[in-house]
Design a protein around this ligand. Structure first.
Ligand SMILES: Nc1ncnc2c1ncn2[C@@H]1O[C@H](COP(=O)(O)OP(=O)(O)OP(=O)(O)O)[C@@H](O)[C@H]1O
Length: 647
């Protein structure tokens, strides 16, 4: 029986339907105990799901239709299933069968360090179970820890006094000022979650929250240690810039009463999470961990939707209980590439609020805001510490309307906005040909490539730096985003086609892999050169060595460069995936969908692509139905975090 099973697994692997790892993992499990075909298929599915960002396999889905989880049709699923023989009748039968296997540990029973864990009706690889339970208990502890006692009237009054200074104007339209509420709520525990779409003022709010923490720190004010971080270098640089300018503007308003410039000066640069935690080559362990915690009082992390389960667990372990953690992010964006949908799970109640009576009383006392009844409820401790910002300041007009329609799953409204194409701010080419995209690339990349061809005549360093910055800035004004990697409409095919087109237009001159003007994205962290997965740079001549090339990366206000010969893991980045574009924005974003989405494209991807556009958004679809199907589909990631948070 197992021979037939593994023969089928191998055939599917050869056909590219299964990861090689999945078969190898099932074989490994079989080698350390029971090898029933039912356990084997559960292992293959668990591994496949892990590769798609799920942290566990839900037994009810295993029982119902696991093929749907993987976007598989009867073929190949039917053939694989046929080799399994008896299929357990229901989830309890699956549970019993799995618990009989020596390799499966029933969570909370006597532990023999088995590789698989069954917690309720969820089957995990042990590492994900450990991370998920740790994240759940750590965020609950933070949400509950340090909550102001209800009789702490003096503290609440102090918060109120400062909030009135920091938010002097009533909310537009006379509704709830959610930004003010978010600050008050974050003061209540050691965890604050602020979620909202682009331009809803998350950074504006967190700058005020920092001022509030600073103002109410009493004796500790002069020693308050604040750290800023984000999953990518780009997002970290943006966070730092936005917070600095918000604090600067606030310092003028607040005046001498609060030395905000001093606070800003002490904050230091924003770091990537990897660098904050002290990632080391060749090990998953970080320098900062539960035994050697970070030296901070407040940690602000932006773009939290990109944080995967393992990273969130590491971050929470490294953060002392006394520190306040503030997570900022857009819960509706794509989740991390790696397993977990942590922000989405934490913000599960954000839309409805689900605020308990104590929270409502506290908000009323600390902000003077009366939250309407329909936001009241019985959410858990995380919901009490979460606030959703609902009004976008930067992102109105057709791009905002389109993002909203997609987010609401309203394909008809999305199509209407796209067809109206107001003022050319949004455009849609249905039945697109690759030629349409190449023309767009030509128009979009022309400006930076012309700048590349015109370096400064003066040889001084300053003029050169100004030129490099202007080239990098011009490159940031336009980008092509793909939903998929492979195929004619995927990243690899398009990058090659765009290079050829730009060369034909004499905008660039290719001579082998590296050429002047080549944009590249780093695909793996490299500690030796200090470049990280997702960093984007441009190839320009090395001023010090004739004929040599360097890649220049923008780092906030500065620029750093690395010789191309030292860069190993990079790929051309005229076109990049929507996933990799998270944390970035471009004046004009063009998104491309493939001819066939294979049931794997969902609303979050389309929403994330649209919200990367600041001024213009163009959509190219060779087949419009793929857009409609994607809007109709939500990404569901199997995870036990929500359940664990309710315990
Ligand atoms: N209450 C407010 N009053 C006036 N201006 C505001 C307010 N809230 C936000 N803004 C302005 O709106 C713009 C967007 O705010 P901000 O950058 O904080 O949003 P964000 O949610 O952090 O956006 P992003 O999507 O870039 O992360 C900024 O220019 C900010 O100064």
């Amino acid at each position: 029986m197992n021979n037939a099973f593994f023969a089928q697994v191998d055939a599917l692997t050869e056909a590219g339907q299964l990861r090689r790892l999945s078969g190898a993992f099932a074989r490994f499990i079989a080698s350390v105990g029971d090898s029933s075909p039912q356990l084997m298929i559960a292992c293959v599915l668990l591994s496949e799901l892990e590769g798609r960002g799920h942290s566990c396999l839900m037994l009810d889905e295993l029982n119902a239709d696991p093929a749907a989880l993987l976007g598989w049709s009867d073929d190949p699923w039917g053939d694989l299933r046929a080799t399994v023989g008896d299929w357990p009748q229901n989830t309890s039968a699956w549970r019993e069968l799995l618990l009989d296997c020596a390799q499966v540990w029933a969570a909370h029973s006597t532990d023999h360090n088995q590789p698989l864990v069954l917690d309720g009706e969820r089957l995990y690889l042990r590492r994900y179970w450990r991370d998920e339970t740790h994240v759940a208990s750590a965020v609950r502890g933070r949400a509950l820890g340090g909550v102001l006692p209800l009789d702490a009237e003096a503290q609440t009054e102090d918060i109120r006094r400062w909030l009135d200074i920091l938010f002097p104007h009533a909310a537009r339209g006379g509704g709830v000022d959610w930004q003010k509420v978010a600050c008050a709520v974050a003061m209540r525990g050691k965890l604050g979650i602020i979620t909202g779409g682009p331009g809803t003022g998350k950074t504006y709010t967190v700058a005020r929250l920092l001022a509030l923490l600073f103002a109410t720190a009493g004796d500790q004010q002069s020693g308050l240690r604040v750290a800023l971080a984000a999953p990518t270098g780009k997002a970290a640089a943006r966070l730092k810039q936005s917070i600095d300018s918000a604090l600067d503007e606030l310092a003028v308003k607040v005046g001498d009463e609060l030395p905000l410039r001093e606070l800003a000066a002490r904050m230091g640069a924003a770091r990537t999470l990897h660098s904050l935690l002290g990632a080391r080559p060749d090990t998953r362990a970080f320098q900062y961990n539960a035994g050697n915690q970070l030296d901070v009082d407040v940690l602000i992390v932006d773009e939290a939707s990109m944080i995967h389960l393992e990273m969130m667990s590491a971050l929470l372990a490294a953060l002392p209980d006394t520190a306040t953690l503030i997570l900022l992010g857009d819960k509706d964006q794509l989740a991390s590439v790696e397993a977990g949908a942590v922000l989405g799970d934490l913000c599960h109640n954000a839309e409805q609020g689900e605020y308990q009576p104590e929270t409502l009383l506290y908000v009323q006392a600390s902000t003077g805001q009366q939250i309407p009844d329909h936001y009241a409820g019985h959410g858990g401790p995380i919901a009490q510490q979460t606030v959703m910002l609902r009004e976008s300041r930067r992102f109105g007009g057709p791009i905002g309307a389109l993002a909203q329609a997609v987010n609401a799953g309203d394909a008809a409204a999305a199509v209407r906005v796209l067809r109206e194409g107001q003022d050319g701010k949004v455009a849609w080419t249905d039945l697109a040909q690759v030629q349409d995209l190449l023309q767009l690339a030509l128009d979009g990349y022309r400006q930076y490539l012309q700048l590349v061809k015109n370096p400064p005549v003066e040889s001084d360093e300053e003029a050169r730096l100004t030129w490099v910055k202007s080239v990098l800035k011009a490159f940031e004004s336009f980008r092509i985003l793909c939903a998929v990697r492979e195929g004619e409409w995927g990243v690899s095919g398009l990058n090659e086609a765009i290079e050829q087109r730009l060369q034909a237009a004499a905008l660039l001159k290719r001579s082998g892999e590296w050429y002047i003007g080549r944009p590249v994205m780093v695909t793996r962290n490299d500690y030796a050169t200090g470049v990280f997965n997702g960093d984007i740079g441009l190839t320009l001549p090395d001023p010090a060595r004739a004929g040599a090339l360097r890649v220049y990366f923008s780092e906030g206000d500065t620029v750093r460069s690395v010789l191309v010969t030292r860069l190993r893991n990079v790929e051309t980045a005229f076109a990049m995936t929507v996933h990799k574009s998270q944390g970035s924005e471009f004046s004009h974003t063009a998104m491309v969908l493939p001819k066939d989405g294979g049931g794997m494209l969902a609303r979050e991807l389309i929403y994330t692509g649209i919200t990367r556009a600041r001024e213009h958004f163009t959509l190219l679809t060779p087949n419009g139905q793929v857009l409609l199907d994607a809007i109709g589909q939500r990404t569901q990631r199997a995870s036990g975090l929500r359940t664990l948070l309710m315990r």
